[in-house]
Design a protein around this ligand. Sequence first.
Ligand code: ZN
Length: 188
Amino acid sequence: MKLSVYAYGHPILRKKCEEVTKDNPELASFIADMWETMYHTYGIGLAAPQVGKAIRVFVVDTEQLNDDEDEKDNFIGIKRVLINPVKVQEAGTPWAYEEGCLSIPEIRGKVTRQPQLRIQFYDENFNFHDEVFDGMNARVIQHEYDHIEGILFTDHLTALKKQLLKKKMEKIRKGDISPKYKMVFGPK
Ligand code: ZN
């Protein structure tokens, strides 16, 4: 595992991340390390601040869900690098789904999001894209987009659910857990 995952409670996860410039010589190897780290931790998405860089980059691979029995038969996943993404529009009737996050291990909670997303972004070659995603693909992008804005999925939970998770979340914040992968915790 090339990079460590920054845990809930680390201040980097609350930063509004900076745009990336095209001539960044370290970007390609950083993205390669993000892929490696995401697969190592069995994630379907990973945002740069989760591995210690407050920049507007994330990777998504929902192709891993193509054979998932939980998903509809016609689900087609996506594999994308999104750089400097800008949400153009979200639409449709909000739907709830249990999300998790590599930065908040062992915690899951229902988050309500709109099912259609139009987003503009640059790929790893700095080609511009304007694309529409839906369902689970949109959800994973929305979750990762939140990360580069300093937002975590737990922020979206109901007050009751937040209260129920409070002790577990505190344990993560304090580093009082035994994660299955390398993590960096915030100041105590
Ligand atoms: Zn996350």
